[in-house]
Design a protein around this ligand. Structure first.
Ligand code: 5CA
Length: 438
């Protein structure tokens, strides 16, 4: 993509409405634009990151054996009346009347709808277990939408649902999602710690929140420092194996959100190993047994012919929130530092002298080669001051900057800068290409 033709409305000044760094940087880097309170449009750069994150979430759900569906954003109130949540949800639910005065709503979550879909077609234990997910926009009329897309009113969520014959089966499903979540967040370069959590309006008996430690997080959290040294991607996971040992390992040390915090237990941890900080909730898993299957009549026959309600769980990931969470975890004073896996482009190709034939010839050539190699590159072909270009590329945080200037090119050299470390190398064009395509 040529920057001269790209819609990238960056801001030079810090927007005053942004209280936390990710919100500030997303606005400054031209990733999002507020449409109304807690509701955002995603501009090209932001949308690319959102899609990358969504794709990692999708791949790890698929790997765990969960199947993708797509349910609508607008739901009928009927099912919610059956589950009892039409009243429970209160003002957070956006209620809509259609032209026939039928009560509709913009879905804040999908337990009712998916349970109804399941109940309509599954009859026997032989069709279990099942795991379904979708990635769809949700609406919650939050009292205080804030921090940009971190606590929006409209936000993109991955929500998955499991259906099992009994508690033992539901626990296996819970473990699958638990492990899939560890892998998902680690692939984005994030350290997410599972913490015992309050199930809130979803209900149920077993629940963990996956938390990224960050001073700017909304929740107060308490955990053992040991978690920061755990490495999950080192393990290859077979989802048919017993995953309990992994879950046990990841719940072996103390970790709890504010609502579940047990000060006495926390104080048993040696003082230098205690972490009391704030965190960003990027995922939440729940086991809720028959809370939805009973009222919505999702029953199956057992091997002995008995009719029983299925055991369910739901498993959410804040896909749009993750964009902000990654920035909170990875930035410096100059701007964003995208981890390779979620970067909107891998390389920024910077032509320092757009009017110079040698520079432009070399850049055009490099641009063509990178594109042919399938590398996503943002090519700054504009006639701007080098200082402004450097600042803009540091702000938008692409992993590599490949800088082409007249002096270097006369000697057949370009400069390659790694955004994360600031390390710069003078290389031949071929050597630079080899590094960024490796
Ligand atoms: N039905 C369950 C799981 S499928 C559910 O709704 N869980 S939840 O309420 O915990 O939401 C799942 C995830 O969505 C949260 O962990 C959080 O990362 C994200 N999320 C929740 N509310 C918001 C919001 N207002 N803005 C952005 N992300 C949100």
């Amino acid at each position: 993509m040529r920057l001269s033709a790209y819609f990238l409305p960056t801001l030079k000044e810090n927007p005053t409405e942004a209280q936390i760094v990710s919100h500030r940087l997303m606005l400054r880097a031209g990733m999002i634009r507020q449409a109304s309170a807690g509701i955002y449009s995603w501009l090209p750069l932001g949308f690319r990151v959102l899609k990358r994150i969504e794709q990692i979430v999708r791949e790890e759900q698929d790997r765990a054996g969960c199947q993708e569906v797509l349910m609508p954003t607008i739901q009928s109130a009927d099912l919610w009346k059956k589950s009892g949540r039409y009243d429970d949800y209160g003002k957070e639910m956006l209620r809509i009347l259609d032209r026939h005065d039928r009560e509709m709503l913009y879905g804040p979550t999908n337990e009712e709808l998916i349970t109804d879909i399941f109940a309509a077609s599954v009859r026997s234990y032989k069709e279990l277990p099942r795991m379904l997910y979708h990635i769809q926009w949700k609406f919650r009329d939050e009292v205080r939408p804030r921090f940009g897309i971190m606590r929006g009113r409209e936000f993109l969520m991955k929500d998955a649902y499991s259906f099992d014959l009994d508690f033992a089966g539901a626990k296996r499903a819970y473990h699958k999602f638990f492990v899939a979540y560890l892998r998902t967040f680690a692939r984005m370069g994030l350290k997410a710690i599972p913490m015992a959590a309050d199930p809130g309006p979803i209900g149920g008996d077993m629940s963990h929140e996956f938390i990224i430690l960050a001073e700017t997080g909304e929740s107060a959290v308490y955990c053992h420092k040991g978690y920061t040294e755990f490495d999950v991607l080192a393990r290859d996971v077979d989802y048919e194996d017993d995953l309990e040992p992994i879950v046990e390992h990841w719940t072996s040390l103390y970790a709890a959100t504010d609502e579940k915090h047990d000060a006495a237990r926390f104080e048993q941890i040696p003082p230098d190993q205690r972490v009391a900080t704030r965190g960003i909730e990027v995922g939440h898993v729940f086991y809720f047994g028959t809370k939805y299957s009973k009222p919505l009549n999702a029953v199956v026959s057992t091997p002995s012919g008995e009719q029983v309600p299925v055991h369910g769980g739901s498993y959410g990931i804040g896909v749009s929130r993750l964009v902000g969470a990654v920035i909170e975890a990875s930035h410096d004073d100059a701007g964003i530092i995208w981890p390779d896996a979620v970067a909107p482009f891998k390389v920024g190709l910077i032509n320092l002298k757009a009017g110079d034939t040698a520079c432009t010839g070399a850049c055009d050539d490099i641009y063509g080669k990178l594109r042919n190699a399938g590398i996503e590159v943002l090519y700054d072909d504009r006639d701007e001051r080098p200082g402004a270009k450097f600042a803009e590329f540091d702000l938008i945080g692409l992993p590599w900057q490949l800088i082409v200037g007249p002096r270097g090119i006369a000697a057949g050299k370009v400069e390659l800068k790694r955004r994360a470390t600031g390390e710069r190398q003078e290389l031949s064009i071929d050597a630079a290409l080899a590094q960024v395509t490796a």
